[in-house]
Design a protein around this ligand. Structure first.
Ligand SMILES: [Zn+2]
Length: 220
C-alpha cells in the first residue's frame, strides 16, 4: 500500500478503501462514510451532523470485519427496506441517526431521521409515519409559527401519519393497540411538558398586546 509522510515525523497509510459490505450498509443507513485517519483515532468511528444529514468518519481499522462490526454497533439495525420504499414514494429520505435520537425520530425538510429502536419495529413504524406526517403537513398545509401551533402540528403529524400507515397497510386494526396509543401519548406529552412554560409566556404576551388595543376584548 502507498504511504506518505507528514512533516517527516510519522507515516500513515494512504486511504484504505471501504469494503463493499460497508458501503452497502452505509447505503441502508442513508449516511455518508468518510475515511479520516488524521482526525480520527485507530479503530474509532465519529458521527458528524452535516447540513445534508449525517456523516460517519472512520479511522484506520485492523480489518474489514472489525470495521463492519464497529459500524453496526454504532448505528444499530439498517433501516427496514419496506420503509425505504415507502419513503421514496413520497420523495423523502430516511437516515439512521443514533446519536441525536434514541428511540424516537425527527424530520428536517424532506428527511426523516430515525434513532435506534433496537428490535422494537412497531415503534419504529409509528415514529416513521409520524415524521412522514410532519413532512406532509408542512409541505401541503402550513408552517407553524407559534408555540401553541407547534402542539397542533404534533397532533396533526400523528393523525396524518397514522392515516398514511393505514392506507399502506401498516395498521390493519380500527383502533390502535394500548401499547401503540401509550407510545404516541408519551411522545406527545413530552411536547406538552416542554411547551407548557413557553405556551404560558406566549399566551401572556399575546394577552398583553391584546389588552393595550382598546378595540380587542379577549373575554368578549
Ligand atoms: Zn413530532
Amino acid at each position: 500500500m502507498d504511504s506518505y509522510n507528514i512533516k517527516n515525523t510519522r507515516t500513515i497509510s494512504a486511504v484504505q478503501p471501504f469494503h463493499k459490505a460497508i458501503a452497502k450498509l452505509a447505503d441502508s443507513y442513508g449516511v455518508e462514510i468518510v475515511r479520516d485517519q488524521v482526525h480520527t483515532c485507530a479503530n474509532e468511528l465519529v458521527i458528524k451532523h452535516t447540513f445534508f444529514g449525517i456523516q460517519v468518519d472512520f479511522g484506520s481499522f485492523d480489518d474489514t470485519n472489525a470495521e463492519l462490526d464497529a459500524f453496526r454497533l454504532l448505528m444499530g439495525r439498517p433501516i427496514p427496506k419496506d420503509l425505504l420504499v415507502v419513503a421514496s414514494r413520497y420523495d423523502v429520505n430516511v437516515i439512521r441517526d443514533p446519536t441525536r435520537y434514541k428511540g424516537y425520530g425527527g424530520a428536517i425538510n424532506s428527511t426523516i431521521l430515525l434513532g435506534n429502536f433496537d428490535s422494537a419495529y412497531r415503534k419504529e413504524i409509528l415514529t416513521f409515519f409520524h415524521e412522514l406526517g410532519h413532512i406532509l403537513i408542512n409541505r401541503n398545509y402550513f408552517n407553524y409559527f407559534n408555540p401553541i401551533m407547534k402542539l397542533t402540528e404534533e397532533a396533526l403529524a400523528w393523525e396524518v401519519g397514522i392515516a398514511e400507515a393505514r392506507k399502506l397497510g401498516y395498521l390493519h386494526e380500527q383502533e390502535l393497540s394500548g401499547a401503540d396509543a401509550a407510545y404516541i401519548n408519551k411522545c406527545y406529552t413530552t411536547y406538552l411538558i416542554s411547551h407548557s412554560k413557553i405556551n404560558k409566556e406566549f399566551i401572556e404576551s399575546v394577552y398583553m398586546e391584546a389588552s393595550v388595543d382598546d378595540g380587542f376584548h379577549l373575554n368578549a
